[in-house]
Design a binder for this molecule. Structure first.
Ligand code: 1HE
Length: 270
């Protein structure tokens, strides 16, 4: 698969706070507000939402990264003007809609993290499906220090990765995890040296893009929902999802290829 990325055209090219490019079935979406440490303004959250619902059908996996020295400094605090209660609820719901478009979108997203991954930046990262952290990455939830609360889905997503107790510690004490601690706590799946995150993220996205789309869909959409269900409901959902996936023509083709010796075997990493 190619790693030559070509820039997006049309509506995706008009999103000026993002840089979107494609190499075969992989899209690379880069946050482009480095002067503000990729802080998420209303415009940026709307552009992220637009991007993920407008991805071309040829895209099978996405890599999300941040330009500059930091992945994302969270909510743009300059825009945190006094909102009335209704406005504040709607603002949070706007973030939920954008990050739901990532987590429950059409294709898996690999986040490549470096520097600050804080506040809303961590909420963005945790709406992605796979996280690669470079050694420079650090994780924090400074909302308590700013007098606010998470509003971008963090209270629902982050405890599912690291547990309520660890999130409580980050929020109450202002503790910041370095890359290794974040990895150990479940915030990152892969830990790599500085400068190696993008190559790792692209390689993972290419691998993901080679799966059957229905299998990827099942992983993205069924796994988190089954985790929220009782065992009995979860097993029933699993049975339905399994039946849907294995009935697709692509599954039948792939299964036959294996049985006829034409498909790769499962091998240990070298
Ligand atoms: C910002 C923001 C921001 C930087 N909103 N403008 N997030 C935070 O509490 C994190 C706040 N940011 C920081 O702690 C630091 O900026 C960083 C550790 C991320 C980076 O430090 P550094 O030294 O590289 O950059 P800087 O000099 O602090 O910032 C450069 C510029 O970016 C500067 O603006 P300038 O016009 O003076 O150049 C900063 O003001 C600006 N900047 N971060 C606005 N966050 C849905 S609820 C989610 C709730 C949250 O996310 S709360 C956490 C908010």
């Amino acid at each position: 698969m190619s790693t030559e990325f070509t820039p997006a055209t049309g509506i995706l090219a008009s999103l000026d706070l993002l840089q979107i490019s494609f190499a075969d079935a992989v899209a690379h979406v880069r946050l482009m507000r480095p002067a503000k440490r990729n802080a998420i303004s209303d415009t940026l959250i709307q552009q992220l939402h637009t991007c993920f619902i407008q991805l071309p059908e040829t895209v099978k996996a996405v890599v999300l990264s941040g330009e500059g020295a930091h992945f994302c400094a969270g909510l743009d605090l300059a825009e945190l003007v006094e909102r009335d209660i209704h406005g504040a609820v709607l603002h949070s719901r706007m973030w939920h809609a954008a990050f739901d478009a990532i987590q429950f979108g059409r294709v898996p997203v690999v986040a490549v993290l470096h520097g600050a991954v804080v506040g809303g930046g961590l909420e963005l990262a945790t709406s992605c499906h796979i996280r690669v952290a470079e050694a420079s990455a650090y994780f924090g939830l400074p909302e308590g220090q700013r007098g606010i609360f998470v509003g971008g889905g963090g209270s629902a997503r982050i405890p599912r990765l690291m547990g309520v107790a660890r999130m409580t510690d980050l929020m109450l004490t202002g503790r910041v995890y370095d890359a290794q601690e974040g990895h150990d706590a479940g915030l990152a799946h892969y830990l790599v040296a500085d400068g190696e995150g993008l190559a790792k993220g692209i390689a993972l996205a290419q691998r993901i893009a080679s799966n059957a789309p229905m299998s990827n869909f099942a992983v993205m959409h069924a796994l988190p929902r089954i985790a929220d269900q009782s065992q009995s409901e979860g097993l029933f959902t699993e049975a339905l999802m399994a039946a849907v996936a294995e009935s697709t023509p692509e599954a039948q083709t792939r299964l036959r290829a294996f049985l006829e010796g034409r498909a790769g075997k499962v091998v240990k990493a070298s």
